[in-house]
Ligand binder design. Sequence first.
Ligand code: DGL
Length: 268
Amino acid sequence: MRPESSRPIGVFDSGVGGLTVLKALMERLPNESTVYLGDTARVPYGTKSAEVVRRYSLRNAEFLLARDVKLLVVACNTASSVALPSLAERLGVPVVGVIEPGARAAAASSRSGRIGVIGTPGTIRSGAYRRALEAARPGVEVKAKSCPLFVPLAEEGWTEGEVPTLIARTYLEGLRHDRIDTLVLGCTHYPLLRAVISEAVGGQVALIDSAEATAVAVEEALRAQGLLASEGEATHQLSVTDVPDRFAEVGARFLGRPILHAEQVDMP
Ligand code: DGL
C-alpha cells in the first residue's frame, strides 16, 4: 500500500476556472500529485441556486474520494461559498475552499479596512466573502459586486481591448467611488482579467488572487496532518464531464501550459 502522504490532492471546479488554483498548487507544492475534475457538463455554477450547486459539489467530491485523494480543494468560488460546510461535515478528508484564504489575505493587505469583492452572482448572493472578511477583520467595510460577464470573456480569451475594458469600467465604477484599497478577485476566472480590472478600479487598489492564498492554506493543512508528499514523481490527472477538447484548448490559458490530455468521465 502506498503511504498516506503520496496520495493525490483532489481539486474540483465547475470547469476550466479551477485550473488557476491548480496552477498555484503545482507551483507551490511541486511534489504533490493531483487529480482535477472540471464539471464541464454543468458549468456555469455561478448562476445556479445554492441547493443545486451543493448537490453537484457533493457528487464531484465523491468522484474524487473514489480516486483516493488525501485532501480536497474546492477550487470554485461559487461551490466554496455554498457547499463547504456540508462537504467538510460529510467527507473523511480535510477540505480546503478558496473563500477563507482569499478573505484572510485581503484582510491582511488592506490599510483602510474598505475592501471590495467581485464574484459570480451565486458567490456574492451567498455573503460568504463578507462573513469571512468580517471574521478575519472585525469592523471591515465590505463592498460587493457580481460581474457575470467576466466568465465568458475570460473563456473566450477576450482579456484586453475595448470590450473587456468597457465592461470592467461599467461593473466597477461603483467600487471605484467607494474608495476601496483592496479588491478580492472572488472567481476563478478573474485573474485572467487582472489588467482591465486594475485599470477600471484604480491602479492603487491591491488585487487579491484567492488561488495563491489557497495554495498556502493547502500546504498548511497538509503539514498539520503530516501529509506533505516527499520528493518523487508528481503526476497530474485531468478529468471532465463533457467536451474534453474545448477544456484542453481553453484550459491551457488558465493553467499556463499546454494540456495534452483530459479524460472524459461519465457522471449522471
Ligand atoms: N468557477 C466559478 C467560480 O469561481 C466560475 C464559473 C462558474 O460560474 O461556474 O465561481
